[in-house]
Design a protein around this ligand. Structure first.
Ligand code: NAI
Ligand code: MG
Length: 479
């Protein structure tokens, strides 16, 4: 017997979106000159008009951040800085519903995820770093560690508020001030965060938010008044940033792409693994840098596993991001949808076999059905390139070593998953996998206490945990 779901839409009433936004500089909203729209990718409805930051705006933001650093922020004790972070964390909790609804509107992600993952984790990052602010001398960074000064932070569209929290919380805890640029398709929660800074009484200029596109980002990267850059986004832009700061005194951390392997051994608990694989690739429409986008499965269980996976995929509910029953929301932008389609067509052309469950997609907006490709080989583009969508590539292996070799055969190294009921095998595999984060018998679990970051083309440095603090300090001696 199948139960039908009645629609269960979350109300938009908690959210007020202004028709037009300026930049948040020196504690005030400052009108921009040029504007661009941000839309709801589920409906293509224009939500607001956003300022495109130019040289004048970036200059003003860097100046405000420097003034706030010299006049206020550097004069405060860690304990006082921590109080502001605690306040911000609590306000995020109090306004959680508003942030969740706004995030789902602007980004297209299911409300279930923005409500249960993005917003609580963003608050948790502020709580966690609030605790470090007055304990930095116990963080194993030595006694001479100092903040960099003014930090430029450029974030992507897949977890807009959460990436803001990953960047802003450690920067403030360690005594830096910030110029942050949200992604062009998802600026609204960052602009709402500006209100939270005001509500928390944060001194003007400690956090500045300049909206815009890649050209605005480049102005931040190349500004002489910026002491450190923290970037999350594509490997392509990461490389441009690395080149731009080479030869300057700017410090840089980069959190880039991935092509994570989920390695399933024949002794894995099949039903649990199927759940983990589904979560690994379909969470957040697969717009996840650490998404488990390659299923590498032992040949002896492959047929049975794929059948169960397909059966499970038939239950994935695709549609209105604001419906509380939705599992898979809208693709974030037309450009991203085109990229997913193009790579999927390459999968067809190179001989992999495509399968998606029957599902009716809305007529308006950007949508892509959950998809798996079987018969994928290591040379296929869909095994090598980041698709950043709800598309899983399935490869098989016979011996454990072959599985490891296939998992490591990628220019990336951000995350990996291991599925086996045998503890010694999971530890053996975890040691051999070249990835910054390895999950065993689970996937996509995040915690502010746990450092996150990659090897090779997945980036430089770690965010979160004690390790993440060092990225925001200079003169770290590891005493
Ligand atoms: P992107 O790297 O262009 O955008 C990320 C951020 O960087 C945005 O805020 C953007 O405005 C800014 N930016 C763009 N060009 C810049 C420049 N020259 N200097 C400074 N900042 C710049 O990523 P995009 O185009 O949105 O997505 C392309 C692909 O990148 C995706 O399909 C996906 O594969 C990957 N990606 C990976 C992410 C991750 O979490 N690692 C996040 C977003 C995208
Ligand atoms: Mg948008």
């Amino acid at each position: 017997m199948t139960f039908e779901y009645a629609p269960a839409p979350e109300s938009r009433a908690s959210v007020t979106i202004k028709p037009k936004y300026g930049h948040y500089i020196g504690g005030k909203f400052v009108a921009g000159e040029k504007h661009f729209p941000t839309i709801n990718p589920a409906t293509e409805e224009v939500l607001s008009s956003i300022s495109l930051g130019g040289k004048k705006d970036v200059d003003a933001a860097v100046k405000a951040a420097k003034k706030a650093l010299d006049l206020h922020w550097s004069k405060l004790s860690g304990r006082e800085r921590g109080k502001y972070l605690f306040r911000i964390a609590r306000i995020l909790q109090e306004r959680a519903r508003e942030f969740a609804v706004l995030e789902s509107l602007d980004n297209g992600k299911p409300i279930r995820e923005s409500r249960d993952v993005d917003v609580p984790l963003a608050a948790a990052h502020f709580f966690y770093h609030a605790g470090w602010a007055d304990k930095l001398e116990f963080a194993g960074v030595g006694t001479k560690a100092k903040p960099h000064g003014v930090v430029g932070q450029i974030i992507p569209w897949n977890f807009p508020l959460l990436m803001l929290a990953w960047k802003v919380a450690p920067a403030l805890a360690t005594g830096n001030t910030v110029v942050l640029k949200p992604a062009e398709t998802t600026p609204l929660t960052a602009l709402l965060f500006a209100e939270v800074c005001e509500q928390a009484g944060l001194p003007a200029g400690v956090v500045n938010i300049v909206t815009g596109d890649g050209s605005t980002g480049a102005l931040i990267v190349n500004h002489p008044g910026i002491n450190k850059i923290a970037f999350t986004g594509s490997t392509e832009v990461g490389k441009i940033i690395a080149e731009s700061v080479a030869g300057t005194s700017k410090s840089v951390t980069l959190e880039l792409g991935g092509k994570a392997a989920n390695l399933v051994f024949e002794d894995a608990a099949i039903d649990e693994s199927v759940e983990g694989i589904v979560n690994g690739i379909f969470f957040n429409q697969g717009h996840v840098c650490c998404a488990g986008s390659r299923l590498i499965i032992q040949e002896s269980i492959s047929d049975e596993f794929i059948k169960k996976l397909q059966k499970r995929m038939e239950k994935i509910r695709v549609g209105d991001p604001l419906d509380k029953n939705t599992d898979l929301g809208a693709i974030n932008s037309r450009a991203q949808l085109e990229k997913i389609k193009e790579l999927s067509l390459a999968g067809d052309a190179e001989g992999a076999e495509r399968w998606s469950p029957q599902c009716s997609l809305p007529n308006k907006g950007f949508w892509f059905a959950p998809t798996i490709f079987t018969g994928v080989t290591q040379s296929h583009r869909i095994a090598r390139e980041e698709i950043f969508g709800p598309v899983l590539s399935v490869l098989t292996f016979r011996t454990p070593q072959e599985g490891i070799d296939k998992a490591n055969n990628t220019p990336f190294g951000l995350s990996a998953g291991v599925w086996s009921e045998k503890g010694s095998k999971t530890l053996w595999a975890a040691q051999k996998l070249k990835a910054g984060v390895i999950w065993t018998n689970t996937f996509n679990k995040f915690d502010p206490t746990s450092p996150f970051g990659g090897y090779k083309e997945s980036g430089w440095g770690r965010e979160g945990g004690r390790h993440g603090l060092t990225a925001y300090l200079k003169g770290v001696t590891h005493e």
